[in-house]
Design a protein around this ligand. Structure first.
Ligand code: AHM
Ligand code: MG
Length: 337
């Protein structure tokens, strides 16, 4: 995609906020702080292959510092980048059981940050794409320290969501409810530049993405849907191609750009699904919907689910509208082969 202007993410954020008269600038400040955290994480992730040379977990690196596991480093980096800006009243991280409070000596603000610091971290050692996923809400408690009630909001109340993807290029993809935009890091200048403006997901794709190793644990409806996708019928682009990175950011990035469907269904081992509603489901569902796609748990729109706990899980079907609707029909027993 070629742009006729060079636009940094910082400028894009500020211009987006200018479109809302009366905005205080706090929201832009918040996104700017997050961008800095992503750069710090990218710097560490890009050194991951050097870990055996520079030192591994439990040992010291050449500077005499402890080397932290990357997912813990990412968790702490985001917290430290965001705790003192005065924009947030509370945070929640996939790496932490309870909510993360803002220290007493810092001011609190009107926003809530939910994040998965390093998703797909089992892929690190193979140098495969991993990412940070985030979601922002307005607080619902009136003032003072935020609480779990501020976090447990349904996904349709998100005011922004996105991810940073540390892959062959490092990207930030985000939405504030006004389309989905992608920025690619130019490592030479340390800036994220607009590279994918207003991403639109194709109405229907030709790719399905699921961990098929779980096939024998699936429901009959799910098995039939996969059989349907693998049948020969060129008039409906079948058989579909299978692609599965096993890193949600990588699989969603491809789904946003090429269309098709990403699935993590319920199965015998994961009766409620494996992926987390607040940290993975809601932000990805907002991005997919903002790009014109569909996001459901097979029956219910992901963004309409009222979360009951911070780490609850959900089955996930995300992607092109037509593909997700076909999956829902099979899952609900409304369609047969
Ligand atoms: P994590 O939060 O422990 O990193 O797990 C989440 C990851 C996702 O990135 C990916 O979509 C999924 O787990 C893959 O799971 P599986 O290995 O069961 O297919
Ligand atoms: Mg995760």
């Amino acid at each position: 995609m070629s742009q006729d202007k060079i636009i940094t993410i910082e400028r894009h954020i500020i211009e987006g906020e200018r479109a809302h008269p009366g905005a205080s600038g706090s929201f832009s400040g918040l996104l700017r702080d997050l961008t800095l955290a992503f750069k710090l994480i990218w710097r560490e992730v890009s050194k991951a292959g050097l870990v055996d040379i520079l030192g591994t977990l439990g040992r010291e690196n050449i500077h005499g510092d402890d080397v932290k596991k990357l997912d813990i480093f990412a968790h702490e980096t985001i917290y430290k980048a965001m705790d003192h800006g005065g924009h947030l009243c509370v945070m929640a991280s996939e790496e932490n059981e309870d909510v993360l409070s803002i220290p007493d000596h810092y001011p609190t603000g009107k926003y809530v940050l939910i994040y998965d610091p390093l998703d797909g971290s089992s892929n690190i050692d193979a140098n495969i794409t991993i990412g940070t996923i985030f979601s922002l809400y307005r607080r619902i408690t009136p003032s003072g320290p935020g609480s779990i009630d501020d976090c447990l909001q349904p996904g349709y109340k998100q005011i922004a969501a996105g991810y940073a993807m540390y892959g062959s290029s490092t990207m930030i993809v985000y939405t504030t409810g006004d389309g989905v935009h992608g920025f690619t890091l130019d490592p030479g200048i340390g800036e994220f530049l607009l590279s994918h403006e207003n991403i639109r997901i194709p109405k229907k794709g030709k790719i399905y993405s699921v961990n098929e190793g779980n096939y024998h644990r699936w429901s009959e409806g799910m098995k039939k849907y996969i059989q349907y996708l693998c049948e020969e019928d060129p008039s409906t682009d079948r058989p579909y191609s299978a692609r599965y990175v096993g890193s949600l950011v990588g699989d969603i990035q491809r789904t946003l750009l090429y269309g098709g469907i990403f699935m993590y269904p319920a199965d015998i081992k994961h009766p409620g699904g494996k992926l987390r509603l607040m940290y993975e489901g809601n932000p990805m569902a907002m991005l997919i919907e903002q790009a014109g796609g569909r996001a459901s748990d097979g029956v219910t729109r992901i963004l309409d689910i009222q979360p009951k706990s911070l780490h609850e899980r959900t089955p996930l079907f995300l992607g092109s509208g037509e593909d997700v609707m076909t999956a829902e029909q099979f899952l609900q027993g409304k369609r047969e082969l």
